[in-house]
Design a protein around this ligand. Sequence first.
Ligand code: SF4
Length: 117
Amino acid sequence: MAKKGVILCVCQGSCPSFHQMNIFEVLNALRREKLVDFVAIHPQLCADDGDKFFNIFLSGVDGEVEKLVIAGCDPNMQKKMFRDAFESTGFDRAKHIGVDIRNMTTEQAIEAIKKVL
Ligand code: SF4
């Protein structure tokens, strides 16, 4: 069965935009309600090792993943930053849904992500 999951990306944890929320609780809330099949936190997906992460994580899984929500910065920025990585792994970028959760509280971030699941 096709799976959907959420990756939180948090600008290394040092950006104040992510300091009003408990990033672990955001993911725990989604897990508790069984809204997703997998969750992860990455410190900086737009860095070079973010590309490597996508290469390892997404290679060959296109048929298995129905929706990949990345919660972090602006969705349009995400589209540009991740385009090459998705292309090189063969992952259909239409399955990527970006959600901007910057400057949100834990509850606001949970609601923003739920809207796209
Ligand atoms: S992808 Fe976005 S949220 Fe993640 S580190 Fe880069 S700018 Fe920050």
